[in-house]
Write a protein that binds this ligand. Structure first.
Ligand code: GLN
Length: 470
């Protein structure tokens, strides 16, 4: 995006507002990270259409650090499945710092894949394949999430490798605990041995992969977009895996500040000690911040403030039901009030027994429920007919389709006649409709035709006069 637009203005506003924060300090336990410029501050947002917005130092490179963890977890889930990965690493918030010895008593299984212990085991689950080393697989996966080839900051890697004794100690502890639990199910066939000690070096390299705030926003947007990178269109992981990763980010991504973060900001997120921070709005956007000074939980101070303010101001909290659809049922009435109704007499009385429900927009489960509810209430009596007009419907997702079919089958089972105005076959091909509803549901190109057919059917074979009398 160029020059100025409303979204860029929001990001610039946040950048101006929080750029002056002076709290926190860049991490120094990895010596190379201490040399980061504490004034660097970048923000980026990527939409589900791949539109990219940024402000400040959004093109400045830094290392992923712990922001790598959800993506490597995604790779492990994709490769091995949730059950196998779950034997090695849990999904419970530890309530502890990122580098804590968060091992389940008895089994030695790390609490979750967002703390170091769990992340090291997760990396250990990525096996080398014939052609690619474990790290090559990790780097390829991270690059797909970012939509461009990423590389390693060798100085940061060397710096952590030279000083990372605590992580090595964690790895030895993990190996001595011998996860997975002996009492658990046996290892799946063909799964190579998992060695956390050998994996620490790969883990250090994954933490040293170089990105920008814009890269991070694309990576977060890919998770938010059901695993499909909105820039490249590549399906990096399945929608199921993306949802699971977001779930673990929501409960564990901010370590011992995860509960407070979900409460106040309400978005799955992940922080890293280089000052990177991502947050994802499922089906809405990916967000990222970069600013090296950290708070006590190891989260970027400016990043936390900016993403928190953005969520509050734009109402992005996950629990606020952002996706409530607009109106679905635009008309619920009876055919006698339509301009096309006969002026009076028995014909008009028949039209009064034909309910009309008009739906619009993209139908998901929420919208389908509204349609069925309106059908159920339509018309003055339960023996009448009902016309469902779907001409203004732009799409029906799989769950909504199944719900509509089931509802229409039920309506017919209750003895009501239904006709659907559906020139675009929104209800699916006739065979499917017959299979799902158990009958040939009459479908028409125009509302007038559908109403006419219903009125005739209500009149019975002897015409309107007799039907009106009885
Ligand atoms: N490489 C860092 C470590 O293991 C990552 C920690 C983090 O970003 N919270 O200590």
């Amino acid at each position: 995006m160029t020059a100025s637009d409303a979204v860029t203005d929001v990001l610039r506003g946040l950048h101006a507002r929080f750029g002056g924060l002076r709290d926190g300090r860049p991490a120094s336990y990895i010596p190379q990270l201490a040399s980061a410029d504490p004034d660097d501050f970048g923000l980026a947002l990527v939409s589900m259409d791949g539109h990219c917005y940024s402000a400040g130092a959004a093109g400045t490179p830094f290392t992923l650090q712990s922001v790598s963890k959800p993506f490597v977890y995604a790779l492990a889930l994709s490769s091995l499945g949730l059950d196998e990965v779950g034997r090695w690493v849990g999904a419970e918030p530890s309530g502890e710092a990122f580098n804590a010895i968060s091992l389940e008593p008895g089994t030695g299984r790390p609490a979750n894949a967002m703390v170091n212990a769990g992340a090291i085991v997760t990396t250990a689950l990525i096996a080398a394949t014939g052609r690619a080393s474990a790290f090559r697989r990790v780097l390829t996966c991270l690059s797909r999430f970012a939509g461009r080839p990423l590389d390693v900051d060798e100085e940061v890697y060397a710096s952590e490798a030279a000083t990372g004794d605590r992580n090595r100690a964690l790895a030895y502890l993990l190996r001595s605990a011998g996860a997975p639990p002996a009492a658990g199910p046996p290892p799946a066939a063909g799964v190579p041995p998992v060695d956390p000690v050998a994996a620490v070096d790969t883990y250090f390299r994954q933490c040293a992969v170089r990105v920008t705030a814009v890269d991070l926003a694309v990576m977060a947007a890919t998770l938010a977009h059901g695993g499909v990178n909105p820039l490249t269109g590549e399906a990096v992981v399945s929608a199921e895996v993306a949802a699971r990763v977001l779930a673990v980010m929501a409960t564990c991504g901010m370590y011992d500040a995860s509960g407070e973060w979900l409460l106040r900001v309400g978005l799955p997120a992940k922080s890293g000690v280089s000052g990177g921070l991502i947050a994802a709005g499922p089906a809405r956007f990916g967000l990222a911040a970069y600013s090296p000074p950290l708070d006590a939980a190891g989260t970027s101070v400016r990043g936390r403030a900016a993403l928190g303010a953005l969520s509050e101001e734009l109402g992005l909290h996950l629990m606020r039901n952002p996706a409530l659809p607009g109106s679905t049922v635009t008309l619920a009435t009876t055919a006698d009030v339509l301009p096309s109704a006969p002026p009076g007499g028995p014909e008009r009385a028949l039209h009064a027994r034909v309910g009309i429900v008009v739906a619009q927009g993209a139908l998901d489960f929420t919208a389908a429920e509204r349609v069925l509810h309106a059908l159920d209430r339509s018309g003055p009596e339960r023996t009448g007919a009902v016309v469902l007009d779907l001409r203004e419907v732009t799409g029906v997702d799989a769950l909504a389709l199944a719900t509509l079919h089931a509802g229409l089958a039920r309506l017919a089972g209750d003895g009501r006649r239904a006709a659907v105005v559906d020139p675009d076959d929104r209800l699916g091909p006739p065979d499917l409709v017959r299979e799902r509803t158990g009958r040939d549901l009459p479908r028409f190109g125009s509302r007038a035709e559908a109403v006419e057919r219903c009125a005739q059917a209500l009149a019975g074979p002897d015409g309107p006069d007799r039907a009106a009398r009885s």
